[in-house]
Design a protein. Structure first.
Length: 235
C-alpha cells in the first residue's frame, strides 16, 4: 500500500540490506518533520516495485547493497530511467574512489559519506538533491577529476567548428552551473526567463557533448585548474 505523504514533506525510500541500519537512518530523517520515509527496502528485488508504488522524491542507497554495486549501478540506472523524478544518493562508510565515480556515471545526484554526528548534513544533502543540485564534497570531486583524461580545453576549443564554441553568455551559464545554482537561480542572476536558461543549457550540452550537469562541473573545474596552472611550492 502506498504511504500517504503530505505535500509539504520530502518522501524518501531507504534501501539497505541491514534492517537495523535502515531503521536508524529512517528515524534520523523523520526526526525532522520535513521528511517522510515511505519504506525501508532490504531486498533489492523489491526495489522496482517499491519505487513504482511510492514514487519517492529521493532514494537513499546503501553501499552495502552489493548486488547493485557489483554491476556498477547499471541495473539501478536502467531502473531509474522509468522514474526520472527520483533523485538517488549513494551512502558510503568512507570515500571509495571507484565507487564514487561509478555512482556519478550512473547519474547519482549525490554521494554521502556517513560518519558519526552528521545527520544534519545528511538532511541538507537530501534537500539539495531534491532542489535539483548535486551533492559532492571536495574529496569526492577530486576522485572524479582524477579519472578524467587530461584535456587542454584551449586546444580543444580551437579545434572545434566556430558553431561549437560557447558564446560569452553560455560561458556565464557554465560558470553558474558549476557553482551549483538551479535554473531559476541562474535566471534571476542573469535577469532572464527560466525557459531561456533551459535553452542555453541544452545548447551547452549539445556543443560540448555532455548529458548532465556533473560533466559541466568537471569541464569548468578542469578548465579553471588549467588556467591557474600548476601550483607553486613556497620557497
Amino acid at each position: 500500500m502506498k504511504k500517504y505523504v503530505p505535500p509539504n514533506r520530502i518522501s524518501v525510500l531507504v534501501a539497505d540490506p541491514n534492517p537495523i541500519a535502515s531503521d536508524l537512518l529512517a528515524r534520523a530523517l523523520e526526526s525532522d518533520q520535513e521528511f517522510e520515509v515511505v519504506e525501508q527496502v532490504s531486498e533489492m528485488d523489491r526495489l522496482a516495485s517499491s519505487l513504482e508504488r511510492h514514487k519517492p522524491k529521493v532514494l537513499l542507497l546503501s553501499i552495502h547493497c552489493k548486488a547493485l554495486v557489483a554491476e556498477r549501478f547499471q541495473l539501478l540506472a536502467s531502473l531509474l530511467t522509468t522514474h526520472a523524478d527520483v533523485a538517488w544518493v549513494l551512502l558510503l562508510d568512507s570515500s571509495e574512489p571507484e565507487t564514487v565515480v561509478d555512482a556519478f556515471r550512473a547519474r547519482a545526484k549525490g554521494v554521502f559519506v556517513c560518519t558519526e554526528g552528521d545527520l544534519n548534513l545528511l538532511r541538507k544533502c537530501v534537500r539539495q538533491v531534491v532542489a535539483g543540485q548535486i551533492w559532492i564534497d571536495p574529496v569526492q570531486m577530486n576522485h572524479i577529476i582524477s579519472t578524467v583524461p587530461t584535456v587542454h580545453w584551449k586546444d580543444a576549443v580551437a579545434k572545434r567548428p566556430v558553431s561549437c564554441v560557447l558564446t560569452p553568455r553560455e560561458e556565464e551559464v557554465v560558470q553558474l552551473l558549476s557553482e551549483g545554482l538551479r535554473n531559476r537561480e541562474i535566471a534571476a542572476r542573469l535577469n532572464l526567463s527560466d525557459n531561456t536558461i533551459k535553452n542555453y543549457i541544452f545548447r551547452i550540452f549539445e556543443k560540448l557533448g555532455f548529458s548532465n550537469r556533473v560533466e559541466v562541473v568537471l569541464y569548468a573545474t578542469n578548465r579553471t585548474q588549467e588556467e591557474k596552472g600548476p601550483a607553486r611550492s613556497a620557497s
